[in-house]
Design a binder for this molecule. Structure first.
Ligand code: AKB
Length: 318
């Protein structure tokens, strides 16, 4: 179990995961001990008004080191990332941000003897050659998107830094994450969030994947819990140093539409697949995350019906 005296830097803190993760980490460790690192985007008031915010570019070592030194940072969650849809349209940027920030932060952590680093991987590490159902932890990693390529490379970089420098770097292969609290865009799984946001706004939705598209998905609250759980687990329980498979739900776009219609009967959804369909088709239908369940007792809490009901009844993710 990591020490109680952690000082945490979260990069990409204004993003979809960062917004919720910073709030949870501040509840656990205290507001002043969790620094929200943002590049340009201003964080939500819930972050800006509750604790320190620093503007930094996570690929720039001097900027990261300055914040680490200023606060005595012990742990970094590096969430700076270009997601799959945007990465496909801007592969150079994806390579630069996704791997550049990872390498920088691993180097800062080794040089500064930081206690832990977290880095997000994704179901995008898998491709069409991977078994699509109950995809195993260790399997073929031949991604068909630039985003997936950066994630496979990053996982191997994590493993290398663990082996070579004994750096305690931990990671999860996130499925598509669902929250309406913060929408950054750029992802392939975003059709789920866009569909919910349209229903909330009383607007029709044109979905960019086919109705039968299925992929692993998860409520953001579960993803944040998993992130904190993997980081809090005793090091001896961490058997995977590339990245853990992580799963909760798998459902089709049509199933989400049907669930929404239980609350908003006149919701209208049409389907017009674009380039992101190819990415979605290359991702698994479902994931075997038994290593996470065995090693650090991962259990999801939020079902599809609860997720949709909570969002549509309260206007926010559970
Ligand atoms: C994306 O759609 O790019 C991400 C992911 C599944 O990693 N949400």
């Amino acid at each position: 179990m990591p020490s109680d005296h952690q000082v945490i830097l979260v990069t990409g803190a204004a993003g979809q995961i960062g917004t919720d993760l910073v709030a949870s980490l501040r509840t656990i460790h205290g507001n002043d001990r969790v620094i929200a690192g943002c590049r340009k985007t201003q964080p939500d008031a819930s972050i800006a008004e509750t604790g320190p915010v620093e503007y930094l570019d996570a690929i720039k070592r001097d900027q990261v080191e300055a914040v680490v030194a200023k606060y005595g940072v012990t742990t970094i969650y590096n969430l700076a990332s270009i997601l799959s849809g945007e990465a496909e349209q801007n592969p150079d940027l994806a390579w630069k941000i996704n791997l550049g920030s990872h390498k920088t932060i691993l180097d800062v952590a080794v040089a500064g003897k930081l206690s832990q680093v977290f880095w997000p991987s994704s179901i995008a590490v898998f491709g069409g050659n991977t078994p699509q159902d109950n995809t195993p932890q260790r399997t073929i990693l031949e991604p068909e998107s630039m985003y997936g390529v950066t994630k496979v490379a990053g996982e191997n970089l994590s493993h290398y830094y663990f082996d070579k420098f004994n750096l305690d770097v931990r990671s999860l292969r996130y499925p598509g994450l669902i929250t309406v609290k913060k929408f950054s865009g750029g992802g392939t799984s975003d059709y789920t969030v866009e569909m919910l946001l349209s229903a909330l706004a009383g607007k029709p939705y044109k979905c960019f994947v086919r109705p039968d598209t299925v992929m692993p998905l998860m409520a953001m609250e579960d993803a944040v819990d998993a992130t904190i759980a993997v980081m809090q687990a005793p090091a001896a329980r961490i058997s995977i140093r590339t990245s853990y498979n992580l799963a909760a739900l798998s459902f089709t776009a049509a199933a989400l539409e049907a669930e929404i219609k239980k609350h908003v009967p006149d919701f209208s959804c049409t389907y017009e697949p674009d380039f992101r369909q190819t990415i979605a088709d290359s991702w698994p239908n479902s994931i075997d995350d038994s290593a996470a369940r065995e090693d650090w007792n991962w259990r999801e809490r939020i079902s599809l019906d609860r997720l949709v009901a909570d969002i549509l009844q309260t206007g926010r993710a559970p």
